[in-house]
Design a protein around this ligand. Sequence first.
Ligand code: 3PG
Length: 305
Amino acid sequence: MKVLVATEKPFAAAAVEGIKKEIEGAGNELVLLEKYTEKTQLLDAVKDVDAMIIRSDKVTAEVLDAAKNLKIVVRAGAGYDNIDLAAATAHNVVAENTPGQNSNAVAELVFGLLVFAVRNFYNGKSGSELKGKKLGILAFGNVGRNVARIAKGFGMEVSAYDAFCPADVIEAAGVHAVKSQDELFQTCDIVSLHIPATPETIKSIDYKTVNQLPKGGILINTARKEVINEEELVKLMAEREDLKFITDIKPDADAEFAKFEGRYFSTPKKMGAQTAEANINAGIAAAKQINAFFKDGCTKFQVNK
Ligand code: 3PG
């Protein structure tokens, strides 16, 4: 079987080596398309492959049409909003993700960004500490749980809300479970977003929601840019000079946000999962899932069931 690694944002070299070892060790062939810049390169590379490993790369109906032999696509990571699931199902292609494999990397970046924010982006002026601050985690999945673990090390008071995770599971992790998203914003100094981009969550972080943060509140987004109503957040930040917004997913309205000097920061590229460890964990997990699919028909991590 021919397996393609198609990554516009490439894995660390050690991860590619590990993927190669797994794929070739199972008697399959590995081909690489890294740092591609044009869609045509992807459309050409998928023509004769049986499987694909991707990151945030877009697997659209057009890509699936071009990939005549494709049987499985594995998103090495958590969020699979970049795969057209309906089209994958229509093309009889199994779509999978690798949940949990890169979540520590994203969670650590949350704190890298947070310390930077509360120390005024290292501008030399006196900042504040995270200890004793109230942190709200929106969605208690793999990333949210790692954020909670690290926050406790900082001595923060941690609350969480997850529409799909029972309160007793959150409480069992030593985290205060609040009853609603609104309560999280009303009671926390900092809210960290870990929700996926779905029809229900897209643009859900809007003016009304964020305006509930107390004075000096910080919104941090390492999830998906689509969950933020950017137009409304720009309006709110213009009205409330106490609010900060930090993110590792550059918003479409980056230029508008950039006007809020000292209150806004975005990494130039999505950086959350950009560590050797995360690449190795997620990349090798993806390779193993593909091998298991071809060997035993295993579809444990299928997301288009
Ligand atoms: C994920 O969904 O796993 C993270 O957002 C990481 O995405 P990336 O592989 O594109 O960095």
